[in-house]
Design a protein. Structure first.
Lengths: 124, 181
């Protein structure tokens, strides 16, 4: 490029900018003293699969659902018994089926009594 | 620095136990050329010193973002040029320093660390009259003889635009000299 040659002929390409004596020798240690310490990266915890996080909530929801169903069923049976009174109403024997209904409801929910007991005592 | 040395240095920079020592080597190696580029852009030694420190501190804190896609020098030049351009922009907004050729000549004449003759003074005055980005392009090409492809990565500008920018800068500087003679 003609114009560039003209400038180089006129001025050259030297460096007229000087630095104080020993500037570059002192610069590196001065800068290194100013550098912040790098924060140690915390070791990454392995991610738990999402089903592990939600399994307990699902189990608790299933148990609660089963219990609600059982109670609802019991109440409806009890209500029906009251509306059609029989001569043998409210004997000890008539109350026996209630436990059976709870057991049936729990069977349908596929949760054993032992599991419920463990869950309620928080030993699970 | 040979490509093999640079590769080894980059590897050390990624290892927490070695990175501080490796970074000191980077500072020692790239400090002088980066200083020259910054100093030619901002003229004052004190300002160049501040900007150079900021450049390396920024490089240190963002070391994790350097993935070795560009050369280490290119990455550092990019930070340095951006720091210098930001400094010039702030200075322009504050209007504390006058970049007009006559003002630059008197500043450089009073600078104990400027050792140029009359022609050098004239050249610096002509360069000072360029827009900041054009000034950076001219300095990288004229003094550092940087390839346009590398400059493109430093300035984040296309090669064609850089060539045009350099051509305009050279022409303006020639016109400046011709108007003075």
């Amino acid at each position: 490029m003609k114009e560039e040659d003209f400038i180089r002929k006129q001025c050259g390409n030297g460096n007229p900018f000087k630095v104080p004596e020993g500037y570059f020798e002192q610069f590196a240690p001065r800068l290194m003293n100013r550098l912040p310490e790098k924060e140690a990266k915390p070791a990454r915890q392995p991610l738990r699969p999402i089903w592990q996080k939600t399994a307990w909530y699902a189990a608790a929801a299933t148990v609660c659902g089963a219990m609600c169903l059982g109670i609802f069923h019991l109440k409806s049976v009890h209500h029906a018994d009251r509306q059609t009174p029989s001569p043998t109403a409210w004997t000890a024997e008539t109350e026996e089926p209630d436990d059976a209904y709870i057991n049936d409801a729990l069977d349908y929910a596929m949760v054993s009594n032992q599991e419920i007991a463990l869950y309620l005592t928080e030993a699970y | 620095m040979t490509p093999a040395e640079e590769t080894s240095l980059i590897k050390q920079l990624s290892q927490p136990a070695l990175q501080r020592k490796a970074f000191e080597l980077v500072v020692r190696h790239y400090g002088p050329p980066l200083y020259r580029q910054i100093r030619r852009m901002v003229y004052s030694h004190e300002d160049a010193d501040d900007i150079l420190q900021n450049t390396f501190i920024k490089a240190w804190t963002n070391l994790d973002s350097f993935r070795g896609e560009a050369r280490l020098g290119t990455w550092l030049y990019r930070i340095a040029v951006n720091e210098a351009l930001n400094f010039l922009q702030r200075q322009k907004n504050a209007t504390t320093i006058n970049d007009a050729p006559a003002a630059v000549i008197s500043r450089l004449q009073a600078d104990a660390y400027f050792d140029g003759d009359e022609m050098e003074l004239q050249l610096q005055a002509a360069i000072a009259g360029l827009p900041e980005k054009q000034r950076a392009v001219f300095l990288l090409k004229y003094y550092e003889d940087m390839k346009y492809e590398e400059m493109s990565r430093v300035m984040d500008t296309s090669v064609g635009a850089l060539k045009a920018s350099y051509h305009h800068a050279v022409k303006k500087i020639c016109d400046f000299f011709k108007s003075r003679n």
